[in-house]
Design a protein around this ligand. Structure first.
Ligand SMILES: [Zn+2]
Length: 182
């Protein structure tokens, strides 16, 4: 596992709540719309270094964002994209609906799923098939993001009017590179 883990400070929701009070007082939440300004649905990793509000400069209301371990296209992600497909089809009867941008990243902790011991105990812990967890490992983000683009594009529940693109975020350079255009 290449992810650097340093000893964290104690959990601190109070600091986050203080920031929320300043946010609410600033009024910047007002006027945000439910339809995303950039017509984007971002799927990426839950790693705190990989927050698309920062590395994509997303403002409030710009995009839908789903984050999970590795930013993988799981059944739950397919269901979520299908849900938004169904909602937007009602608003936009023709033409493109939105774009799903899948973004995997370098130094991803999901690489731990390639470790036999880790994967076996995690599979037992969550009651999952070990073989399916092996596929969730992110060792080569260019390869995993390409296979996830294919998986989402071929999901029958996802409208063909949804574009799907694949990208890699480099946590060292800060640059996002497109590997599969939408
Ligand atoms: Zn990650």
């Amino acid at each position: 596992m290449t992810t650097q883990v340093t000893q964290p400070a104690d959990a601190n929701i109070d600091t986050a709540l203080e920031r929320n009070r300043r946010f609410a007082a600033s009024g910047s939440h007002q006027g945000a719309t439910v339809f995303p300004n950039l017509r984007l649905f971002v799927v990426t990793c839950l790693d705190p270094r990989v927050d698309p509000a920062h590395f994509l400069g997303l403002e409030l209301g710009d995009a839908m964002v789903v984050r999970n371990v590795g930013g993988r296209v799981t059944q739950q992600v397919i269901d979520d994209v299908a849900f938004i497909s169904q909602i937007t089809e009602n608003v936009l009867p023709d033409g493109p609906l939105f774009e799903v941008a899948l973004i995997h990243h370098t130094q991803c902790g999901a690489g731990a799923l390639a470790d036999d011991g880790f994967r076996q105990s995690y599979a037992a812990r969550i009651g999952a098939e070990e073989s399916t967890l092996r596929e969730r490992a992110v060792l080569d983000p260019a390869s995993t993001v390409a296979s996830d683009v294919e998986r989402l594009r071929s999901a029958p529940a996802v409208s063909p009017r949804v574009a799907v693109s694949g990208h890699i975020y480099d946590v060292e350079s800060g640059v996002v590179k497109t590997v599969v255009p939408g």
